[in-house]
Design a protein. Structure first.
Length: 215
């Protein structure tokens, strides 16, 4: 028998969990739907935090789709995919911070009723996904990136609702801007966490099993 394995053998592939696969499909559908709802509502309300949350939903839907694609692949490919996803999360964070600066420069005051209502609906959607994913939160970097996306979304939804109260109480747009900035920082923080774990997984040397040929 010849030498085996350098990372491409089937024994390196994690067992396929059909429950986790179904959860990812549910999460994909929920996030894709909420992206459309928040995108329309954010533009209509003039809320940068809602628009930031909409972009986040879009990014999460893409992440779930990628996770389904790499599901069951060798660990090295799952780690590489997580690294790409983390860079996307970081890009989202930078986009949101830029949008917050633009909103501050224009002095837009968003519609607080729309912000609060859509923020609450989005929170319910993310809580559903978070409950489904909770038992998988400490998996590999790919699973962890999925969990962090959902966790950050739920935090962001609460923040949007608080921003709506702030806009209502002050009559100004700065609470919306502050929340959008916080969401951007959360995206950058989550990206850093996943990048660190993914790089650590990729740095591990594959176990090479050598079986001597019979003489």
């Amino acid at each position: 028998m010849s030498a085996c394995c350098s990372g491409g053998c089937s024994s390196d592939k994690p067992p396929v969990d059909p429950t986790y696969r179904r959860i990812l499909w549910v999460a994909l559908a929920v996030n894709a739907g909420m992206f459309g709802v928040e995108l329309f509502s954010g533009w209509a309300a003039g809320s940068v935090s809602l628009l930031a949350d909409a972009v986040d939903f879009f990014g999460d839907a893409a992440n779930y789709a990628v996770s389904l694609f790499v599901f069951g692949m060798a660990p090295i490919w799952r780690s590489r995919t997580a690294l790409i996803k983390s860079l996307t999360m970081g890009g989202y964070g930078l986009f949101v911070l830029g949008a917050a600066l633009w909103s501050a420069a224009t002095g837009t005051v968003p519609a607080h009723v729309t912000m609060g209502t859509i923020g609450f609906v989005a929170l319910l959607a993310n809580l559903l996904v978070a409950v489904l994913l909770f038992s998988y939160r400490n998996g590999d970097s790919n699973m962890r990136s999925v969990w962090l996306c959902t966790r950050n979304d739920a935090v962001g939804n609460v923040a949007v609702m608080l921003a709506a109260l702030g806009v209502f109480g002050t009559g100004a747009g700065w609470p919306d801007i502050v929340v959008a900035a916080i969401m951007g920082v959360l995206g950058l923080s989550a990206a850093r966490t996943v990048i660190t774990q993914a790089r650590a997984e990729m740095a591990r040397k594959p176990i090479i099993q050598v079986v001597a040929r019979p003489r």
